[in-house]
Design a protein. Sequence first.
Length: 379
Amino acid sequence: MTLPMARPLKLFVLAGEPSGDRIAADLVRRLCERVALDLSGVGGDELIGQGLRSLFPMSNLSVMGVTDVLLRLPLLLWRIEQTARVIRSSQPDIVVLFDAQDFSALLARRLRAMKYAEPILLYVAPSVWARSPGRAAKLTPLFNEVLAVLPFEPEVMAQLGGPPTAYVGHPALRERLQQRDAVEAGPLVLLPGSRDGELRRHLPLFRQVAAEVANHPAVTGFVIPTLPILAERLRREVADWPVPVTVIAERSERAALYQRAVLALAVSGTATLELALAGVPMVISYVMDGHQARVYEKINRPMVGLPNIVLKRAAAPELVLSQPDATELTGAVRNLLDDKAARQAQIAAFGELSDLMEHGEPESPRQDPADRVLAWWRG
């Protein structure tokens, strides 16, 4: 007797930027080990490598800050409507939206207005704990569940009346390395961000800092690890810098780089968590646009670096700037280069962070994201 084959899980995924693309690809890999998958959606190189034919280029959604959003508003509104129509017509079993918080919320709201009744999951919780606690409850009618990548978020979402939330670990855990000692000298790693707005605001600033610290005895060179899609752009950008800079695009090269690095200068974001889990001391920087600066002051200048937020203390120095200030940033980098003990203290703190990220909080231990998705499948 021939048994009927189980039907595939029809999954629609949407990633709006490279970090979400990596998380989405990891989820797809996990699911493919468990079930047959009929995949559709929007993504970048990582998801395309998993077999996705993207509905439109992921770069359409890679915006940061009000200025970037306003410049692309007509396109973003069209993409919301286009995506909602595709989902309504194809009726996937489950929709998983990865980060891209504003776009994801607007898309989910449009789908609910269209009476789409299947589960919609949000993978990466919005930082309601930092900026807008009232927003958590507004997500409850939109999302059946949130998959959080920071261990404290399930408790916060519950306290604020948000959707059910599970901690599923962070993709940066793949960067986890054995704890090492601070090195006397090594390359200085530069991570200027991945979005257009971030690169525009930070590359000129990082250029000035690199020129100022190039002769420091602890610095043996400068390296920018980046995504393949950005590699050529960054090579062109740094070609006329007053110091030589190596751009690497292969993730396989990062582990060796991080083991040798004396420290990193990094834009606030996922990269800082990757650095911490690899045990790389760092200075965290962020240059805000005008709207971001006003909001930041209004909410009393909270910590922005993910390692500091997870540890609930300032383990790494942060410079959040309303205007580029190379002098202040150079001073912070030079202070850390001069102080090996401070670099070692950061590495010790990052060991604590690594254990917490690996296991989760006692009340919300780490779960497998594929388990959480499959829990909503009625196949």
